[in-house]
Design a protein around this ligand. Sequence first.
Ligand code: CS2
Length: 483
Amino acid sequence: MRLTNLGQVPVALRPGYDPDAQGVGIVHIGLGAFHKAHQAALTDTAMAAAGGDWRIVGLSLRSPKAAEELAPQNGLFTLIERGKDTRARVIGSIAGAMCTAGDPGPALDLMRQQSVRIVSITVTEKAYGLDRANRACDPTHPAVAADLANPTAPQGVLGLITRALALRRMAGTPPFTVLCCDNLPDNGHLLRGAVVDFAARLDPDLAAWIGGNVAFPSTMVDRITPAATDRTRADAAALIGCDDHAATETEPFCQWVVEDHFPLGRPAWETAGVIFSDAVAAFETLKLRMLNGTHSMLAYAGFHAGLPFVRDVMADAGLARLVERHLATAAQTLPPVAGIDVTAYAAQLAERFRNPAIAHQTFQIAMDGSEKMPQRIFSALADARARGVDVRAFVFATAAWVRHVSGSTHDCAAYDLRDPRAEALRAMVAGRDADGMVAALRGADFIPATVAGDDAFWSEVALLLWDMLARPMTDIIAAEATR
Ligand code: CS2
């Protein structure tokens, strides 16, 4: 029997409110595991504490899978938190789920309703179609190009948001707040620039109205959420007593720092521990450089050392040392963040990475490197240089990334390079030796100019890469850790 209503769920695992009594107030684009473990869970807690019509309708832009898992269950799913103890509860905040591919009509009909006061987004860095350097949209991105050509039937994020805002403007309905929840620096401002630029290419008046009237608060989101597995579903079934195709697992830690700018209101997220702050950009840089930067380093090195999960990386003495070094280096590139002790923050991150109950794949984190490296490693490098900080940790991370891009199988089985620029990256490294690969990659459009021009940095990367392409990654790690 499949989960369809709360009557099937043990009382202790049910939400602390009646979901059917609450209306929809949020449309979320990007209905993945992360959203279910983070914003959906926090909104569930907030509704239990303070009520409000803040249930969420989730949209998937491409794959119907998430909607097929959730819709037959009326949005209900089990969230399992794995730490020293395992805790679980059924989340009631998702009211519906749909896939917009092929027909965005039903989603737009919902987004134009006045009752929808927030449209939030987690689609990963690559899906937006951003021109980050100019805080604009990238008109060559496939979804952006398609939506500029056919703006009334959008398939991408920028097109969908802009069309929904245009419909509200035409109807005299005040705009919803747009809430970006992806790991991007200053994400609210970045998205605002991209939406305004996208709209300006279609209708300058609409662009001016969006620029003058729509709120785009910035956020920093944090919760390590591996992809669900058969074990997740089996554990959920054992806990709730019926099948749950949408069961999700995550770590106990959860953090959300949000700029408090919601003209049409918001859930009482503070009751769920959400931090409201005017200094979100500083929190985001802290998290991107320390958590995500270290993650990228350990993913490239760990994957090529034959370690499938982050917890395996942390059990390897050499790599654990390199994780510690990376955290310490990243910390030195940051301005102080009010209320954060970076040494304690670093220790807490290492503890989270060690969590033996979480099977977080190094291969998953290694994906989309060209979208992640700039804000995780390269921007930290530029600040490290300005402060005279030893940058060896960033040399190592970058060489490990290039080794991943190289596709070399001298010490591992063949693997897929998963990156939106995979084809261009493969062309840059094809047939080249370590020096040639580095020379080609440092000139790529996603590498900031100051970093591209850092000759000393790239010579060190090339030297290390020669080794990484000739010897097993396990040897390189052992040598690097005792340097
Ligand atoms: C990870 C993040 O996949 C990745 O690149 O670094 O998804 C990370 O797990 C989250 O940002 C944690 O909040």
